[in-house]
Design a protein. Structure first.
Lengths: 199, 175
């Protein structure tokens, strides 16, 4: 059957929540087995001690990216529906600001939202505190909304992909990303040897 | 450098990444959207706020989105259920690997107090960041990244550039 199944009405809202639970289960299971329940394993990348975060993230990204292209090529996935109706929308400047704040929060706090849930399941008190901090941060964002509410929805570029931006086809773009990932893996191994903080 | 105790016993990162990629692929095939996490935290904040000060939440420019009249409860949401699944999946993984160990992840010389203060501060800053970026590592970097979304790639690059630059200043919590 051609996906995305839910968007083609193959199952309803109640069933989608069951899907959410099952998908979430595997997501959490894999994150834990990757070592992402401990802040030290998540932040080692920023000190060139252990680049597992980069390896896991880029191989996951590439697997899914290539998988979607293959599925759409053999007719099992309708990429056009994704591009028109469900692709994330780009808000350029808010996402740059969000990226700076999120990068700071990640390296200071030691977790990101998903991995902090895995940390809680692993018994890590620092992840519970991180989650509490996030809730506080959302209140700060809500309290300041009158000041930055307009900025929050500014520089809207709509649903736009890298291949559309560069004017090439999706296969070429995906190939370039895979090559970039391989180069990043190679650089990551060099970074671990360099280990500037441990000398 | 020898592998520290806390980094031992996990899957090969490339195999873990492929497994994670297949979970993400299944999500897109089934739902047409990717994974997420921070949206569930935002809804949790809305629910907590609403239990204390319902008026303030219903009139707040941002949080009122979760409490429109006639709408379902904020927790009746795909991502909230997914995150509940994440917790259950992670708990099963931790327990079956006999890895459940209450404690605080920190460097051998860092104090618990320092680590917890930074965990809270970092969480707060990241929390604000997820709202501006409309997502986090799961929703933007991973899911948007795999579908080659422009904003997600910009977000991911900025996140890593910032974190690598700032790492020096908080290195003591791991030393």
């Amino acid at each position: 059957m051609t996906g995305p199944l839910y968007m083609f009405g193959a199952f309803g809202y109640q069933a989608s929540l069951l899907v959410a639970l099952v998908i979430g289960f595997f997501f959490g299971f894999v994150l834990e087995r990757a070592g992402f329940g401990d802040a030290r394993n998540l932040t080692s990348i920023f000190y060139f001690r252990d680049m597992r975060v980069l390896r896991v993230m880029f191989s996951a990204l590439a697997t899914c990216m290539v998988g979607l292209i293959i599925l759409s090529y053999v007719g099992l996935f309708d990429y056009a529906v994704l591009l028109e109706d469900s692709l994330l929308q780009t808000y350029l400047w808010p996402q740059v600001v969000g990226g700076i704040l999120f990068g700071l929060g990640f390296v200071i706090g030691g977790y990101c939202p998903g991995t902090s849930v895995v940390g809680v399941a692993s018994g890590k008190l620092d992840s519970v505190v991180f989650l509490g901090g996030m809730v506080a941060g959302i209140f700060v964002f809500a309290a300041g909304f009158p000041f930055w509410g307009n900025f929050y929805k500014s520089s809207a570029l709509g649903r736009i992909t890298l291949w559309q931006l560069f004017g090439i086809n999706e296969v070429l773009m995906a190939a370039a990303i895979v090559i970039m990932a391989l180069a990043a893996f190679w650089l990551a191994a060099l970074g671990e040897k360099w280990a500037p903080y441990d000398k | 450098m020898t592998e520290p105790e806390y980094a031992k016993g996990y899957w090969n990162p490339f195999l873990a990444g492929i497994a994670l990629g297949l979970v993400l692929l299944a999500t897109f095939y089934l739902m047409g959207t990717g994974l997420g996490a921070s949206g569930a935290v935002a809804r949790t904040a809305a629910v907590i706020g609403h239990s204390v000060a319902p008026e303030a939440v219903e009139h707040n420019g941002y949080l009122k989105e979760f409490y429109k009249p006639g709408r379902k409860h904020p927790f009746s949401d795909w991502m909230v259920v997914e995150v509940v699944g994440v917790f259950i999946g992670a708990a099963v993984a931790v327990l079956s690997a006999r890895r459940f160990k209450p404690g605080v992840g920190r460097g051998p010389h860092a104090s618990v107090g320092l680590r917890l203060v930074l965990a809270f501060a970092g969480g707060a800053v990241a929390g604000v960041g997820t709202r501006f970026a409309m997502g986090c590592t799961s929703g933007q970097a991973l899911s948007g990244g795999a579908t080659m979304v422009v904003g997600s790639w910009i977000f991911m690059m900025v996140v890593f550039a910032t974190a690598f630059s700032a790492a020096y200043f908080v290195r003591r919590q791991w030393s």
